[in-house]
Design a binder for this molecule. Structure first.
Ligand SMILES: [Zn+2]
Length: 186
């Protein structure tokens, strides 16, 4: 957990939702029901979540993690900005894990993976990146791209066609093509 420990004084500026999610991780790591691991076999995905033999896993793409840290350093994200970005990404994965564990997040089952992703991104945006942006905190281009798309739809995530298209493109990119997925500017 290190620098992202939600009990550290340095993290108390974070929105309630992120602190709650980081506590969720800390508690489960502590009792062995969750492991956060670096993985070398993830294709283009940055992070992923799965369960195996009753243990939950959040996998971080090792190669991407290193490239990402270099990129963020080069682009003048300070440690706090980097913490924001990883806190948002980890919180995202916890919502998938909740869903896998049967703690359904929405009032009906999701139609497909894309819809689950739309929901998860919508929640993380509204409760995580949006308040951070309002606090003038640094977030990454993914969060800004989500914001820009959701603004087009009045933040109605699950019915937002542009949002579905954006996520569908991202999924395809992670599995196949070589073009960059999200290039929108703030
Ligand atoms: Zn996801």
């Amino acid at each position: 957990m290190g620098e992202l420990d939600p009990d550290l004084l340095q993290n108390q500026y974070m929105p309630e939702f992120l602190l709650e999610r980081l506590h969720w991780i800390k508690e489960r790591k502590g009792n062995g029901s969750l492991r956060v691991v670096l993985s070398r076999n993830m294709g283009r995905a940055h992070m992923g979540a799965h369960t195996k033999d009753g243990v939950m896993y959040i996998s971080i793409n090792h190669r991407h993690f290193i490239r990402r840290s270099e990129y963020l350093n080069k682009n003048d994200y300070d440690r706090r900005g980097i913490r924001n970005i990883f806190a948002l990404a980890l919180s995202h994965e916890t919502l998938h894990l909740e869903e896998m564990a049967g703690n359904h997040l929405y009032k009906r089952p999701f139609i497909d993976d894309i819809e689950e992703e739309m929901f998860v991104r919508g929640v993380v945006y509204t409760k995580g990146s949006k308040p951070l942006i309002e606090q003038k905190e640094a977030v990454d281009e993914d969060a800004l791209a989500t914001r820009n798309t959701l603004i087009l739809c009045g933040e109605e995530w699950l019915t937002c066609e542009e949002f579905r298209e954006q996520i569908t493109r991202l999924y395809k990119y992670q599995r196949t093509t070589k073009s960059a997925p999200l290039q929108e500017k703030p």
